[in-house]
Design a protein around this ligand. Structure first.
Ligand code: ADP
Length: 419
């Protein structure tokens, strides 16, 4: 007897048994019965044609109709269902057919079930992958939105802070003019106000810089420069901090440092100073900071090594993100070069933004964070050596960056006024 005929002989008990066993509630049973009928007919066509893929449409529909909760829990409900169908089919076949017929029918059904099971597992996995990818994409979009609001908040806050700060500075300077110069206390108070407003100015400028970098608005003014001269200026500027911390800042002459190159001297000075100030800040009193480097084809590499507290490998990428300061954030900022002085966590993102805008990069190497043994850190900076300002293509890129909204132009002009 043909296997299709054998299958048709078990149709009624098969449908009755499977709908009874698989659909628990009465209401669901009626619609499930129709689904099982369709499954059975396709199974029959599959045996007739010898094509195991005949069942694929109904399996795909079942896979797509699975509840969202299954996807959320990443559960595979369809492949267990298919295994149950196979077991129940085996029971019905054994019950309703003689052993010879049963063996013949199962022999033709099994390869179709094996194919269906594999197809279902692939489908379910694909659905899970799609679900997780959509979830990740949503998370990425909300993170992007959050980052944008953070960046917008920083620039608005910075500009709002700037106006009252300018007023305080103005009134403080008027007070300085009218107060008698020989009295000690007013002079001391005025010095305090002056230090406070200067530090606030630096923080606000950093906030504006970081928001310009975030919004691709940092435009560079290329001019000829020598790295060794920039480094000497920084050394002179930091001399007081270095001696108050009894540290040693050694700036070695290295191949490429005396070579003429093109870059934005003011911005490179700012970026290098941020990294060197950090080296001083995160190194205990009496420590050493060494600036060295080497010439590479097309680039110069500057290394800034310190004998400080070091940075754990898992934090080495985070410190270049804005507000990526490590440790206890409740400790307030206590100065630019005081040991572990803390700060708003903007120095390195700004330095990174400036080096990258030059076509360079920055990264750090450190064995880990250890305040007792001080393993130290080495910051590597790679900068292109240019014999002339960037070519037309790059200049065009910068020009396109200056096509900004009015408010953004305002940010830039405010900021450059204060440089
Ligand atoms: P901050 O204002 O906190 O100094 P930065 O962006 O300059 O912000 O640095 C981010 C964080 O990276 C710091 O809070 C500090 O934890 C870590 N860091 C930076 N430079 C060093 C260094 N040379 N040694 C150890 N840690 C460092």
């Amino acid at each position: 007897m043909h296997n299709v005929e054998l299958l048709n002989r078990i149709r009624t008990p098969w449908l009755a048994t499977l709908s009874q066993s698989l659909a628990s509630a009465e209401g669901v049973r009626a619609s499930f019965y129709l689904q099982l009928e369709r499954f059975f007919d396709l199974l029959s066509q599959s045996i007739e044609t010898g094509d195991p893929a005949m069942l694929a449409p109904v399996l795909d529909e079942w896979a797509a109709a699975r509840p969202e909760s299954d996807l959320e829990k990443l559960e595979t409900s369809l492949s267990p269902l298919l295994s149950q169908i196979l077991l129940l089919t085996y029971d019905v076949v054994r019950d309703k057919l003689n052993p010879e017929h049963a063996l013949a029918l199962l022999g033709s059904i099994l390869p179709i079930y094996a194919y269906s099971l594999q197809h279902t597992i692939t489908q379910e996995t694909q659905l899970h992958v799609n679900y997780v990818s959509a979830d990740l994409e949503n998370a990425r979009i909300s993170l992007e939105r959050l980052d944008k609001s953070k960046s917008d908040f920083i620039s608005v806050a910075a500009h709002e802070l700037k106006t009252p700060l300018t007023l305080i500075e103005g009134y403080a300077s008027m007070l300085r003019e009218i107060l008698p110069t020989d009295t000690e206390k007013p002079a001391l108070f005025l010095k305090g106000i002056n230090n406070g407003t200067r530090r606030l100015h630096e923080i606000i400028d950093d906030m504006i810089d970081v928001s310009m970098i975030d919004n691709d608005l940092l435009s560079l003014h290329y001019q000829p420069l020598w790295l060794n001269r920039l480094l000497s200026i920084i050394q002179a500027e930091l001399a007081e901090s270095i001696s108050s911390r009894e540290q040693n800042l050694e700036i070695r002459p290295f191949p490429g440092s005396e070579e003429l190159t093109f870059g934005d001297a003011e911005r490179l000075y700012q970026a290098l100073k941020n990294v060197i100030s950090n080296a001083i800040k995160y190194t205990p009193d009496g420590g050493i900071v060494v600036v060295d480097g080497r010439r590479l084809p097309g680039f110069v590499e500057i290394t800034i090594s310190d004998s400080g507290i070091g940075i754990d490998p898992e934090d080495q990428a985070r410190i270049f993100e804005k507000f990526g300061r490590l440790g206890n954030i409740s400790l307030h900022s206590s100065g630019k070069t005081k040991f572990k002085g803390g700060g708003p966590g903007l120095g390195l993102p700004i330095a990174k933004g400036i080096f990258e805008a030059h076509g360079g990069t920055i990264w750090v190497e450190s064995a880990g964070h250890d305040e007792q043994n001080c393993p130290g850190s080495t910051f590597h900076i790679l900068l292109p050596v240019r014999s002339e300002p960037p070519d037309d293509k790059t200049a065009k890129l910068y020009r396109s960056m200056t096509k900004m909204k009015t408010t953004q132009v305002e940010y830039y002009s405010h900021n450059s006024e204060n440089k």
